[in-house]
Design a protein around this ligand. Structure first.
Ligand code: ADP
Ligand code: MG
Length: 484
């Protein structure tokens, strides 16, 4: 009998850790940089030597608040740090400093878009905590080695409500989060390097039921694709389990990327009791109205606001606005373009057309694009004023300008002899030559096949190598055809 998957609804809540791009760690001055030699970015504070006192990194708080504001969270004014106690070799202090009862950001939402349209995914909280070190198993074949460079690096943990129902929604949620942290410049979002990590909590219930089912948590997913695959696997596994008479038990599981399955790491009975208590070495930190105001004022307009601006004020199609707002570098570039040209739609076309395909060919991203925006704006103006046509501009002038980095389009076009010819005498000659060469077509046109004008225009374009001003050419063609 086929398994009735559609009888069930999945419920998904995600916990996403994002490493903050601060110079130093959350409670000490050691460098938070990735990739240094093992155990070179450590200090008595990180290693919890007796008497060493932690001190809070203000920048990390600011970054967490930025993320909270971007997600519409309410910001906690009086914040405490708590010790989360557990033993693990990569945790030098024997406890992790985290926020327990007072997450810096509460509630809020992240807007996602899937094939089913737009939806706000509710957040539970965003809190600050420190990262653990790293256990290395490849350095020595008999022992585990420990690198404490990462211990104490600031993280935010973004915890969603159990508010998603498909792997696609989870995929879209993490994609949006990554876009947002990158846009705000608070995390590089590189999941493969571990600067963003995701735990997925998944349960199932019969459609229509209100109560949540027992969840499993799949730990440490290191790519957005794996988040989706792990959830897909879990949903099927649980439904098949329940349909065959089994029962879901609360578990922590791990994803095996070699075959896209998950396996159990531990069950609830072995769950940790973290014995949380307020860290006695850290005074509460207060986020004043002034600080909040300053952080808000320093934030760039959010991509969602820019989509609205481009759509409603610049009259771009929604699609163009969304693609531009997909990444920070494209937004920055577009903002520069529209400072120098009023042809917003043409600017969008250039970005999404020739610029994107140039970058795709080279396998580069928008940050690596070398032609400055004011130069590209001169090319846009040149096309819009009818001095060159778009195809010549994009195929001949654009590559030369990109090569130079900074260039004036008019100069380049003049140098390459590509400016459109609006000399009526020259155009008339081209028109005559074309019409003389196609007497049958001209006769058909005279009999009423007016659509042939397009064919004649095409020939004039070819003959003039694209330089004949199309307005004048059309006008001359019509006149001359009438006379024949
Ligand atoms: P825990 O105490 O096990 O960490 P929390 O209540 O803190 O659980 O929630 C952790 C994450 O699990 C959150 O993202 C939350 O949305 C999600 N979650 C909680 N219960 C469920 C459930 N029954 N099904 C799916 N996700 C859940
Ligand atoms: Mg949890």
């Amino acid at each position: 009998m086929p398994i009735p998957y559609e009888k069930y609804e999945a419920v998904i809540g995600l916990e996403v850790h994002a490493q903050l791009l601060t110079k130093s760690k959350l409670f000490s001055g050691d460098s938070a940089a990735f990739g240094a030699d093992a155990n070179t970015n450590i200090s008595p504070i990180v290693l919890a030597y007796p008497g060493a006192l932690p001190m809070l990194n203000k920048r990390a708080v600011e970054y967490a608040v930025k993320m909270g504001l971007a997600c519409g969270c309410s910001i906690e004014h009086t914040n405490y740090f708590a010790r989360k106690n557990y033993f693990y070799p990569d945790l030098p202090k024997g406890y992790q400093i985290s926020q327990h009862t007072t997450p810096v950001c509460k509630n809020g939402f992240v807007k996602i878009r899937t094939a089913n349209g737009e939806r706000d995914i509710l957040l539970n909280r965003i809190h600050l905590e420190e990262d653990a070190g790293k256990s290395l198993h490849e350095v020595d074949d008999r022992n585990t080695s420990l690198d404490y460079n990462r211990a104490g690096v600031p993280l935010i943990e973004i915890v969603s409500e159990p508010d998603m129902h498909t792997a696609e929604e989870a995929f879209a949620f993490v994609t949006e989060l990554r876009k947002l942290v990158r846009y705000l410049g608070i995390c590089d979002g590189n999941m493969e390097e571990g600067s963003m990590r995701c735990d997925a909590n998944v349960s199932i219930r019969i459609k229509g039921e209100k109560e949540l089912g027992t969840k499993v948590e799949v730990k440490n997913l290191n790519s957005i694709r794996n988040v989706k695959k792990a959830i897909e696997f879990e949903i099927s596994r649980m439904i098949e389990l329940v349909e065959s008479g089994g029962k879901v038990i609360q578990q922590t599981r791990s994803f095996d990327a070699s075959n896209d399955t998950t396996f159990s790491m531990r069950t609830k009975e072995e769950a940790n009791d973290y014995r949380y208590f307020t860290d006695p070495d850290l005074p509460p930190f207060i986020i004043t109205e002034e600080l909040l105001h300053a952080i808000r004022a320093a934030m760039p307009p959010l991509p969602e606001e820019l989509v609205r601006k481009y759509r409603d004020l610049l009259h771009l199609p929604e699609y163009d606005a969304r693609v531009i707002c997909d990444d920070a570098a494209t937004i920055r570039y577009f903002e520069l373009l529209i400072q120098t040209t009023t042809h917003a739609k043409a600017a969008a076309n250039w970005l999404l057309g020739p610029v994107k395909s140039f970058l795709n060919d080279k396998g580069e991203s928008m940050d690596e694009f070398t032609l400055d925006a004011s130069s590209l704006a001169t090319l846009i103006e040149l096309v819009e004023s009818g001095k060159v046509n778009f195809s010549i501009a994009s195929s001949r002038i654009f590559p030369v300008m990109v090569e130079k980095g900074t260039a004036d389009a008019l100069e380049v076009a003049t140098e390459l002899n590509l400016l459109q010819n609006s000399d009526a005498g020259d155009i008339a000659q081209w028109v005559d030559e074309v019409l003389l060469g196609m007497p049958e077509k001209v006769a058909e046109y005279k009999k009423g096949k007016k659509g042939l004008i397009g064919l004649f225009m095409g020939e004039v374009k070819k003959l003039s190598k694209g330089k004949a001003d199309p307005k004048i050419a059309t006008q001359l063609l019509t006149e001359k055809l009438e006379q024949r």
